[in-house]
Design a protein around this ligand. Sequence first.
Ligand SMILES: Nc1ncnc2c1ncn2[C@@H]1O[C@H](COP(=O)(O)OP(=O)(O)OP(=O)(O)O)[C@@H](O)[C@H]1O
Ligand SMILES: O=C(O)C1=C[C@@H](O)[C@@H](O)[C@H](O)C1
Ligand SMILES: [Mg+2]
Length: 166
Amino acid sequence: MENIIFIGMPAVGKSTVGVVVAKRLGYQFMDTDLLIQEEEGNLLREIIEEKGIVGFLEIEDRVNARVEVHNTVISPGGSVVYCENAMKHYKEIGTVVYLMASYETINKRLKSAKNRGVVLRDGQTLKDLYDERVPLFERYADLTVCEDGLKLEDTIDKVIEALQSA
Ligand SMILES: Nc1ncnc2c1ncn2[C@@H]1O[C@H](COP(=O)(O)OP(=O)(O)OP(=O)(O)O)[C@@H](O)[C@H]1O
Ligand SMILES: O=C(O)C1=C[C@@H](O)[C@@H](O)[C@H](O)C1
Ligand SMILES: [Mg+2]
């Protein structure tokens, strides 16, 4: 396995699960949200406030499409599936894992979507966002792991099993 790239809704656990999966496999870990913040010198929600959604997605696409790593678990932000160049690149450099959870699970976890810096257009509800993104996650996924009803540790085990039997 060259690299493992997690996609999925915000708060599904791409970063939390990703770092532990990396540790268990002896891989490096990269959270590209942190790369974006470092390059821009601002928090994600500040970038979205200042540059708007289109501006943020341009930055997200550029930063993710430039990632050159080996044996690394990569956890991008949930909105990376809107970034065509980035997703084309990720399909070339690794296995894309869709970490899936029901709308109800995501809704419970995302207490304040705006503070977290979610790419939510004016008037768009979290349910609208969920329904818009699911087909994109399904289009790009090499593997799908459903975490509904699982504890964090069980989700991590399930991801590793899915990767090993792929
Ligand atoms: N079964 C589970 N699997 C994954 N995360 C869980 C689970 N149960 C609870 N959590 C919690 O859900 C949160 C997931 O947040 P995390 O920042 O990892 O999401 P993310 O997918 O990286 O989001 P973003 O797209 O905003 O980067 C954490 O607080 C984690 O502890
Ligand atoms: O799912 C989203 O819309 C986002 C999630 C964050 O991780 C960031 O990537 C960004 O703030 C957008
Ligand atoms: Mg994350």
